[in-house]
Design a binder for this molecule. Structure first.
Ligand SMILES: Cc1ncc(COP(=O)(O)O)c(C=O)c1O
Length: 445
C-alpha cells in the first residue's frame, strides 16, 4: 500500500484537489422541467405535498456570502473533536460487527434505557418498553400522522406550526386547523372552541400536534396553567395529543415545566416525541417516540415500512457517548452560548426593526418569531434580502397551511456567531426600510 503523507492543517477544511470532470448526464428526451409523463401517474398525495420552506432555503446556507438566519442549526462547533474521536474509536473497537449490522426496529435496548434517563431529567417518567427509537424527531412526527390520519381527516396544530411538519401533514392529506398562540403558548380556550365546532361539523380532530417548549417557530412556551387545562381537555374530550419536545432541555432562562406526557400520567392521551438533534447533534439523525403499547405497535409497523430500523452506527455512537460523558454538561454549555446569541439577536432587533414590529423573547430553543406591519410581505422581503443584502430568514407563510403568516418571519440565533447575528439583523432592517419606503412611494400609509 502506498501511503502519501499530506501536510495538512488539523481538521476541516478538506484538502484541495483538482476536482475530476463532472460526468455528463446521459442524453434525455425530457427537459428538466418536463414532468408531463409522470403527472398523470403521481399519487394524489404526491401532488398535494407542500415542501418545507425551511428545506428549500437550506441551499442558501452553502453560499458563504449569505448570512443565513434561516437554518435551525444547533451549534455543533461546541462538540469537542477529541470526544468524538474517543467515542468513534470505542464503537470501532468494541462494537464494530453489531454497529455495521441491522438492528431491531424499535431501537437498541441500551439506547432506549438511556432515553428513559434523558426523559427523567426533564421529569418525564417512561419505561424502556414505552420507547421506540426513530430516525430523528422528524420521523416521529411522520409516523404519528401516518398512523392516525386518513386523507381528509382533521388535525389541530398551532398557528404558526413547525415548517418541517407541513410536508407530513400534506403527505397524509390532513385538513389542518391552526390555532393561535400568545405569549403563554397555544390558546387552549380556542382549542376548546375548535373541538366544539368540529364535533358539531361531524369531523372531530384525530389529534392535536403541539410543541409546548420554545416553539419552533413561535419562540413561546406553553404556561403550566395551559398545560394542565389542555390535559384536562384531552381527558374530557378524548383528544389525542402529539407532544413534540425537541427543545425542552434547551432552556437558558426560567424554571422547567412538566411535559404533557408527565401530566397525562399514563392515561394514554399523549404521544411524546423528542430527539438527540438539539442536545447532541442533528447529524446522528436519532430521535424517539414514547407512546402507549397499542400505538407503538402500529408505529413500529410504519417504521418497518419506512426504513426497517434507525442507523445502528448512530445509535452506538450515542450509547458510547452517553456512557462516557455527562450530556448535561454539554447541554449547559450550549445553553450559555444560546443565551448570549439570543441576547445579541434581541438587541439587534430593537435597534434595526421599525417601532411597529414585534417579536417573541424566547427563554430557550433556537428561534425568534418576528412580525412586521401588515403591509410588509416577508416572502417578497426575503427575495430582496437575499439578492440585495445577502441575508436569509424563513418567511412566515411556511409555518401556515392557509396562506397566513405573510408579515412574519422566523429568525435563528443558535447556529450563527454573535457578530453575524447583529450584521444579519442590520441587513434585514435595511431591506425592511427599503420595502416600507416603496410602500410609502406607492401611496401607502
Ligand atoms: C419542532 C421540531 N420537531 C422536530 C424536528 C426534527 O428534529 P430531528 O432533527 O430530530 O429530525 C425539529 C427540527 O428542527 C423541530 O424543530
Amino acid at each position: 500500500m502506498t501511503v502519501i503523507a499530506l501536510d495538512l492543517p488539523e481538521g476541516d477544511p478538506a484538502p484541495q484537489r483538482t476536482p475530476p470532470p463532472r460526468p455528463k448526464p446521459h442524453e434525455s428526451a425530457l427537459t428538466p422541467g418536463d414532468s408531463s409523463r409522470y403527472d398523470v401517474r403521481f399519487a394524489s398525495r404526491a401532488s398535494g405535498i407542500v415542501s418545507s420552506v425551511m428545506r428549500d432555503l437550506m441551499s442558501l446556507s452553502e453560499r458563504p456570502e449569505i448570512i443565513s438566519l434561516a437554518g435551525g442549526f444547533p451549534n455543533t462547533e461546541s462538540f469537542e473533536r477529541e470526544i468524538f474521536e474517543e467515542v468513534a474509536a470505542a464503537v470501532a473497537r468494541d462494537h464494530l460487527t453489531s454497529a455495521l449490522q441491522y438492528g431491531p426496529t424499535e431501537g437498541l435496548v441500551e439506547l432506549r434505557e438511556r432515553i428513559v434517563e434523558v426523559m427523567a431529567h426533564e421529569g418525564a417518567r417512561a419505561g424502556v418498553d414505552d420507547i421506540m427509537v426513530t430516525s430523528g424527531g422528524q420521523q416521529a412526527i411522520d409516523l404519528s400522522i401516518r398512523t392516525f390520519v386518513n386523507p381528509g381527516d382533521t388535525i389541530l396544530a398551532e398557528g404558526p406550526t413547525y415548517p418541517g411538519a407541513v410536508p407530513c401533514f400534506t403527505t397524509y392529506e390532513a385538513r389542518v386547523e391552526q390555532i393561535p398562540m400568545d405569549d403563554d403558548g397555544l390558546r387552549i380556550d380556542l382549542v376548546e372552541e375548535a373541538l366544539t365546532r368540529l364535533a358539531a361539523e361531524g369531523r372531530p380532530p384525530k389529534l392535536l400536534y403541539t410543541i409546548p417548549n420554545f416553539h419552533n417557530p413561535g419562540g413561546v412556551t406553553m404556561s403550566l396553567e395551559r398545560r394542565q387545562r389542555l390535559i384536562e381537555l384531552a381527558h374530557e374530550r378524548e383528544l389525542l395529543i402529539v407532544e413534540d419536545n425537541p427543545y425542552g432541555q434547551i432552556r437558558f432562562e426560567g424554571d422547567p415545566l412538566p411535559t404533557l406526557w408527565e401530566l397525562d400520567d399514563g392515561a394514554g392521551w399523549v404521544i411524546y416525541a423528542s430527539t438527540f438533534s438539539k442536545i447532541l447533534a442533528p447529524g446522528v439523525r436519532v430521535g424517539w417516540v414514547a407512546a402507549p403499547a397499542a400505538v407503538l405497535r402500529k408505529m413500529n409497523l410504519g417504521k418497518q415500512a419506512a426504513d426497517l430500523c434507525s442507523s445502528t452506527i448512530s445509535q452506538r455512537v450515542i450509547i458510547e457517548y452517553l456512557r462516557r460523558h455527562d450530556w448535561r454538561d454539554y447541554v449547559a454549555r450550549l445553553n450559555d452560548i444560546y443565551r448570549s446569541r439570543r441576547d445579541a439577536m434581541l438587541r439587534a432587533l430593537e435597534e434595526e426593526l421599525p417601532a411597529d414590529a414585534h417579536w417573541s423573547r424566547p427563554q430557550g430553543g433556537l428561534f425568534v418569531w418576528a412580525t412586521l406591519p401588515d403591509y410588509l410581505d416577508t416572502t417578497h422581503l426575503l427575495a430582496r434580502a437575499v439578492d440585495q443584502h445577502e441575508v436569509a430568514f424563513v418567511p412566515g407563510r411556511g409555518a401556515f397551511l392557509d396562506g397566513r403568516g405573510g408579515n412574519s418571519m422566523r429568525l435563528n440565533y443558535s447556529g450563527v456567531a454573535e457578530p453575524l447575528i447583529s450584521e444579519g439583523v442590520r441587513r434585514i432592517g435595511l431591506a425592511v426600510e427599503e420595502m416600507a419606503e416603496m410602500h410609502r412611494a406607492l401611496g401607502g400609509g
